[in-house]
Design a protein around this ligand. Structure first.
Ligand SMILES: [Zn+2]
Length: 274
């Protein structure tokens, strides 16, 4: 579905009323503690602690700052609040752990060549090659597949953009079948070089019997669709009509705003006109 007006109210409001089973993959909160690390959200945090524990013979709790591994000075908070009378409390980075929250002992143990802090600083892309455990590799690869390979394992989910949250949610749906997914401008915030990766994800969902419906201005996404519906002819009150529907191949033969841009492939100019 491309360009023009009425797309949001049609797809994001009217469509779910008629198809309540559709899964709206929005960009809002992911409904868990927003302070969660990506590794926790992915369900691999315990596995990482267990790898460290197995390799070092130390208890897994030593690799948690909420447990045995907590810095004894800040008690795992990473910051200290000096108790100064008559002054507003000011928190400063804990000098003992440098803000890592872990005790020196916890940081002295390594899995392969990295301690817990260094492991969690890995990006998804790096983690794919670092870990040998199939479960971790599989989960990490799922995030790589949705174009999130640059995120680190320690990044909190609250620090992610709306587009990143949307792709994170999408990653969790990849194994399901026979569903209808609705996404609002999934290309927003995505680096152009990752468009192909996200399109591969959509194709994988479609190959498994799912339907993927997206509101999108990006020509890569429009060209890769099986069926395109263009609303228009203008924006705002001048829109709301279906001005074209058909395959992308048929669209380039049509005389619509989107068809014109699809023919020339001038993606950036196109976005600014709609
Ligand atoms: Zn500390």
């Amino acid at each position: 579905m491309a360009a023009g007006s009425g797309k949001s109210s049609l797809l994001l409001e009217a469509f779910p009323e008629s198809y309540p089973e559709a899964i709206m993959v929005g960009q809002g909160s992911i409904g868990i503690s927003s302070r969660s690390k990506l590794a926790t959200y992915m369900g691999i945090m315990d596995d990482i602690r267990s790898l460290l524990s197995k390799q070092t013979g130390r208890p897994a709790g030593l690799f948690s700052f909420n447990s045995l591994g907590a810095c004894p000075i800040c008690e795992g908070k990473g910051v200290t609040t000096p108790d100064v009378a008559f002054a507003d409390p000011v928190t400063t980075t804990c000098e003992a752990c440098g803000g890592t929250r872990y005790s020196d002992e916890a940081l002295s143990y390594r899995y392969e060549d990295k301690n817990i802090v260094e492991i969690l600083a890995l990006t998804i892309d790096e983690a794919v090659n670092y870990f040998k455990l199939p479960k971790i590799i599989k989960r990490v690869n799922t995030l790589k597949d949705v174009g999130l390979g640059y995120l680190t394992l320690v990044q909190t989910t609250s620090s992610l953009s709306g587009g990143e949250v949307q792709r994170l949610k999408l990653a969790s749906y990849l194994q399901k079948e026979g569903q209808i997914y609705v996404l609002d401008e999934p290309s927003v915030g995505l680096h152009a070089k990752d468009n192909g990766k996200l399109l591969d994800v959509f194709q994988t969902l479609v190959n498994r019997g799912n339907s993927v419906i997206i509101v999108e201005h990006n020509l890569d996404f429009i060209a890769a669709s099986d069926w395109v519906i263009e609303l228009g002819p203008g924006g705002g009150k001048r829109g709301g009509q279906i001005v074209f529907e058909g395959t992308p191949e048929e669209m380039v033969q049509a005389e619509t705003v989107t068809a014109k841009w699809l023919k020339t492939g001038a993606a950036e100019d196109f976005r600014s006109t709609t």
